[in-house]
Write a protein that binds this ligand. Structure first.
Ligand SMILES: NC(=O)c1ccc[n+]([C@@H]2O[C@H](COP(=O)([O-])OP(=O)(O)OC[C@H]3O[C@@H](n4cnc5c(N)ncnc54)[C@H](O)[C@@H]3O)[C@@H](O)[C@H]2O)c1
Length: 385
């Protein structure tokens, strides 16, 4: 099978490496020749490193590189079975490029987009044969993150979806089917990890250090929400938050915070800027967490039940199955446990009680308990047991 990759940035280069490593003949093209050169150098460097580490042999590295071709224009994709687009996140540019691609590719070629935030239906709508358009959403860094969300648009036909699932399996990635709704699974279900943490801080219940400490020690999360937001960067994280909120017709659960907006406006983008929620400058004061067990437990449980509530809403609206959502969060953002498995362990009625208590306190829609959880609690049901 021959794979075409349009865009040789961080994602395109990673997808090329993974496809060629799995055995696909792979052709990559970018409008910017410098970007294509960088990708070439990077692929050589990464594969050399894998050889040095003893993960692959010299001949395997040679074979992988031998399967990657660098195209001169879109005609390079003429005999591809699947073309994955990983260019700039701009709807009108993607639509235009998909129209151009349709003039050069074969009639049965699948056209996939790696978009994180645009609707697949809107990209497919630009195409003559929209039934072959699908979302195949990889995670960064592609070679290390095993999750891939597969997102059929309402126009996508069954064969396109089935072939896409097969290809993702061939890449030895963990594919999950997701509905074409904002943020798909991961970027939607993860919102409360950031939003609720900020809310707790804004209310003065605890500072960043304490909230991060609660989530890493009690929750076993690899990074606390503020460390993670500083790592992602307020520029990226704030934009995603605002985009998911507006695309969800201003759903209160996804409402952005002024705290993060101000960091974004000030250019305090986090680690890369030397300042974000934390101060990364030399000699900056190190703030110690409040280790009061009651406080830590309150923080951890509040963020966790909000995450579980979002995961349950995603099940109720069939964004993905419970299994798909648990796989997505553990493989796509390294959560220590699937949220719905966690819900079972806590007891659904306990989760409902905790959410209802938050709702009683605030009387804000943001805290309303998912009808699915409430029904499950009433019927003593669980997600897996
Ligand atoms: N970076 C991430 O964490 C991440 C994760 C998942 C999905 N995505 C999505 O993947 C896509 C690419 O993201 P990225 O981080 O690799 O971006 P990037 O900026 O690193 O690379 C984009 C590349 O596309 C090229 N390009 C722009 N317009 C083009 C065109 N018309 N034709 C050909 N090439 C063109 C640019 O020259 C650049 O090399 C976006 O849709 C993004 O939302 C990104």
């Amino acid at each position: 099978m021959k794979i075409g990759i349009l865009g040789s940035g961080a994602m395109g280069t990673g997808i090329a490496q993974v496809a060629a490593s799995a055995g696909n003949e792979t052709v990559i093209f970018d409008v910017n020749p410098e970007s294509l050169d960088r990708a070439k150098q990077q692929l050589h460097a990464v594969l050399n490193k894998l050889v040095e580490k003893g993960k692959i042999s010299v001949s395997q590295a040679g074979d992988i590189l031998g399967r990657i071709f660098f195209g001169k224009d879109l005609h390079a994709f003429a005999d591809c079975n699947i073309v994955v687009e990983a260019i700039i996140e701009d709807l009108s540019i993607k639509q235009k490029v998909f129209q151009e691609l349709e003039t050069v590719i074969s009639p049965r070629c699948i056209l996939a987009t790696n978009t994180s935030s645009l609707s697949i239906a809107s990209i497919a709508a630009a195409c003559r044969f929209s039934q072959r358009v699908i979302g195949i959403h990889f995670f960064n860094p592609v070679p290390l993150m095993s999750l891939v969300e597969i997102i059929p648009a309402i126009q996508t036909d069954k064969q396109t979806t089935e072939k896409s699932i097969e290809w993702v399996k061939f890449l030895k990635k963990e594919g999950v089917l997701a509905k074409d709704t904002p943020g798909f699974i991961v970027n939607r279900v993860a919102r409360p990890y950031y939003g609720e943490a900020i809310r707790i801080m804004e209310e003065g219940i605890a500072d960043c250090t304490t909230i991060d400490y609660a989530m890493t020690t009690l929750g076993g999360f690899k990074m606390g929400p503020f460390t993670l937001m500083d790592f992602i960067g307020a520029d990226v994280n704030y934009r995603v938050t605002e985009s998911v909120w507006t695309q969800f017709f201003y759903e209160p659960r996804f409402k952005p915070s002024f705290t993060q907006k101000r960091l974004f406006e000030a250019g305090y983008y986090g680690k890369k800027a030397g300042k974000g929620f934390y101060d990364y400058s030399e000699g900056a004061e190190k703030i110690l967490p409040n280790t009061n067990p009651e406080k830590l437990k309150t923080i951890f449980e509040r963020i966790l039940v909000m995450l579980i509530n979002e995961a349950a809403e995603a099940v109720m609206f069939q964004i993905g199955s419970a299994e798909a959502i648990d796989i997505a969060m553990t493989k796509g953002v390294n959560y220590p446990k699937g949220l719905l498995k966690w819900a079972d362990e806590l007891g659904i009625s306990n989760v409902v009680e905790r959410l209802d208590s938050l709702y009683d306190t605030y009387r804000e829609d943001r805290y309303r308990c998912s009808a699915l959880l409430r029904t499950m609690s009433r019927e003593s049901k669980s997600f897996y047991l």
